[in-house]
Ligand binder design. Structure first.
Ligand SMILES: [Zn+2]
Length: 221
């Protein structure tokens, strides 16, 4: 109990403290302090509970199988996102390693930068590794599912949430063909996601009649 309190006091995140005191995660959980995260340059609160979970792969860095490798992978991703993209922090809310541990990114309460038009309505989880041809190890899958379940239990993710792969909301190969096949078998997988923030979903319904009218007129002229 003392360890939990010390860790919680450092994190300063009340809800997670309460959850850890009452339940504790059923999988290894690595806080930002534990992987030596740089402080975010800016933060924005995330409106929760969110209706979506977006699954990513890292492509690079490659899969990590030890605590040391995975902590290094989190630092590499954070450096890339902050230094090359100019983002405020690592983009993902969480990373999950092939070591079976979940790594705190922006966490449950802060807006991520991982899926355009879905950032404000989702928790983004990156399964560290290149999952185009290989599937992640069972432990990595198990922890990802347990992390999502904990998010639901803590009230950060809606119980009827929809789960999607990054490629469904953006032109990208992420989360890789092999992992995408895996997540399609998960209970909350959704084939047709659309966020309230997504202009594509609104544009289709509002603009289609006008496009048809323009085509019809151009044929008459
Ligand atoms: Zn992605």
């Amino acid at each position: 109990m003392n360890n939990v309190c010390v860790k919680a006091c450092i994190n300063g995140q009340d809800t997670i403290i309460l959850y850890e005191l009452l339940h504790s995660y059923a999988f290894p959980y690595v806080s930002r302090a534990e992987w030596n995260a740089r402080p975010a340059t800016l933060t924005t609160p995330l409106q929760t509970p969110v209706p979506y979970v977006v699954i990513h792969h890292s492509y690079t860095p490659a899969a990590c199988y030890t605590a040391e490798q995975c902590r290094g992978a989190m630092r590499d991703m954070q450096n890339f996102h902050m230094d090359d993209h100019g983002w405020w922090d690592i983009g993902y809310n969480f990373g999950v390693g092939s070591d079976g541990a979940a790594y705190e990114g922006r966490g449950w309460e802060l807006l991520g930068a991982h899926a355009l038009h879905f950032n404000t309505v989702s928790i983004g989880i990156c399964l560290i590794g290149d999952w185009r041809n290989e599937v992640p190890p069972a432990e990595q899958i198990k922890t990802t599912k347990a992390l999502i379940a904990a998010g639901v239990e803590m009230g950060y993710i809606k119980p009827d949430y929809k789960l999607v792969g990054h490629r469904q909301v953006r032109a990208t190969e992420c989360p890789g063909d092999a992992l995408f096949k895996v997540i399609q078998t998960w209970e909350h997988y959704s084939e047709h996601p659309s966020s309230g923030e997504d202009p594509g979903s609104k544009a289709t319904s509002m603009n289609t009649p006008w496009i048809l009218l323009v085509i019809a007129l151009s044929r008459l002229l």
